[in-house]
Structures are given as structure tokens and as C-alpha cells.
Write a protein that binds this ligand. Structure first.
Ligand code: C5P
Length: 227
């Protein structure tokens, strides 16, 4: 069984709205509903667990109830950090889960093809991360000064889903020390010495973090999948 853990327990403080950004609408539907619907439609996904902040658990359930989802198994409370929220989601996956796809609730433009290719890679190699190429040159700064330039040919941006065999993720979390510095699950798996396959994703699969991202997401949604 393949289970998606969709994490949406962030406060959205960088967005500056009065409620978490996952409840803002994208093309007339809450962002979290748009994201969950893509996983609901994916033939590669059997079950979905949504992680919401304890303060917005009921609102999340109410938003999702409107979509008549058949794969939603649980809406659970998250933690202080993203990795703690994933851990909470992992504790709620249905028995028999062999593959876990962790996805940000605020990435509503992920494609079914990206989900499928990342799951297939993880099923074969144990762990896979959807990534996108860098188009900018990346600088290292120290205070006011540029002190270095990274070789962008070997850099990728980490997108989601990040997909793992259940055993790999469970084992990693059992051994991991969680904290603010852990911003994705692949980091934990990399640190444990296991290989993570990089799967080419689309720059269209943006994370809605700021008001600018929402404007871009509306435009991308309207333009359709050809962009
Ligand atoms: O903070 P960041 O932008 O990395 O958040 C990515 C995703 O992780 C978002 O969907 C957010 O809701 C989720 N998250 C979470 N629990 C936290 C922090 C973030 O589920 N404590």
C-alpha cells in the first residue's frame, strides 16, 4: 500500500495572512484541498494522512469534508517543526503501508506524473526526492560580503513529494534527532548514510510561502500543465 502524508501544520508566519496559508484559495478552492485532490486522483496512492496544526484540526477536517475524499484515512495534529509533523503523520499511516510519500500541503501544483515517477524510484531504491535544477547562480554571503560562488551544475532545489519505503523512514525517524535545522526528510535519510535517488521535477511545482508565490500559482494554474 502507498500512503501520502500531506503536511500542513505550519503557521504560515512568512505569508503574513491572519490564518495559515493552506486555507487561502487558489482558483476558488483552499490550497490544502487542491493539494489533497491531486493525491486522491493519483492511481499510485491508496491512502492519505493529513497533518494539521492542533489549532486548525477542525477547520482542516471541515475543508476536506467538502471534497468527499475516498482515500483520506486520518487528519492528525502536527508538531512544532516540519519533521515532528511528518513523524506524527507516520504514526497514523494505515497498517500495510509499504511506501510513504511526504508532500507539502502548500504545493498544489504537483503533477500526477511527478508523484508516479518519485514513487517508482523509491520503490526500487528505498528513497527518492523530487528535485529541480537551479537557474540562478548561488552565492555564499558573510554579512554584507559575497564570499563564494557555488557550482550550480551540482545543485538542485528539493521539491516534494519525497518518497521512502516505510521501513527506511521509520528506521530513520527512530534514530534521528529532530530540530529546526531538519527542513526535509531526505536530509535525515542522507545523514543516516542511505542513498536517495534524485528525480527530475518541474519548476512549476512551487511551494506557496509568500503572497508573491500565490500570484505565481494562480497564473500557473490558469495557464495549465503545458507551462
Ligand atoms: O516551513 P516550510 O515552508 O518548510 O513548510 C513546508 C510544509 O511543512 C508546509 O506545508 C507546512 O504546513 C508544513 N509544516 C508542518 N509542521 C510544521 C511546520 C511546517 O506540517 N511545524
Amino acid at each position: 500500500m502507498n500512503t501520502a502524508i500531506i503536511v500542513a501544520a505550519g503557521s504560515g508566519s512568512r505569508f503574513g495572512a491572519d490564518r495559515p496559508k493552506q486555507f487561502l484559495e487558489l482558483a476558488g478552492k483552499p490550497i490544502i484541498a487542491r493539494t489533497v485532490l491531486i493525491f486522491e486522483a493519483s492511481p499510485m496512492i491508496d491512502a492519505i494522512v493529513v497533518v494539521a496544526s492542533a489549532d486548525f484540526l477542525e477547520e482542516t477536517e471541515a475543508v476536506l469534508a467538502k471534497e468527499h475524499l475516498t482515500k483520506l484515512r486520518a487528519v492528525v495534529a502536527g508538531g512544532e517543526t516540519r519533521s515532528e509533523s511528518v513523524h506524527a503523520g507516520l504514526s497514523a499511516v494505515p497498517e500495510g503501508t509499504e511506501i510513504v510519500a511526504v508532500h507539502d500541503g502548500v504545493r498544489p501544483l504537483v503533477s500526477e506524473d511527478e508523484i508516479e515517477r518519485t514513487i517508482r524510484a523509491a520503490a526500487e531504491y528505498g528513497a527518492a526526492c523530487l528535485t529541480a535544477q537551479m537557474t540562478d547562480t548561488v552565492k555564499v554571503v558573510d554579512g554584507a560580503y559575497v564570499v563564494g560562488t557555488l557550482d550550480r551544475r551540482e545543485l538542485r532545489r528539493a521539491l516534494t513529494p519525497q518518497v521512502f519505503s516505510y521501513e527506511v523512514l521509520k528506521e530513520t525517524y527512530n534514530e534521528a534527532v529532530l530540530g529546526e535545522a531538519v527542513t526535509d526528510e531526505c536530509f535525515l535519510v542522507e545523514e543516516s548514510g542511505k542513498k536517495v535517488l534524485s528525480v527530475a521535477g518541474s519548476p512549476r511545482n512551487i511551494k506557496i510561502t509568500t503572497p508573491l508565490d500565490l500570484v505565481i500559482a494562480e497564473a500557473l494554474f490558469a495557464a495549465g500543465t503545458e507551462v
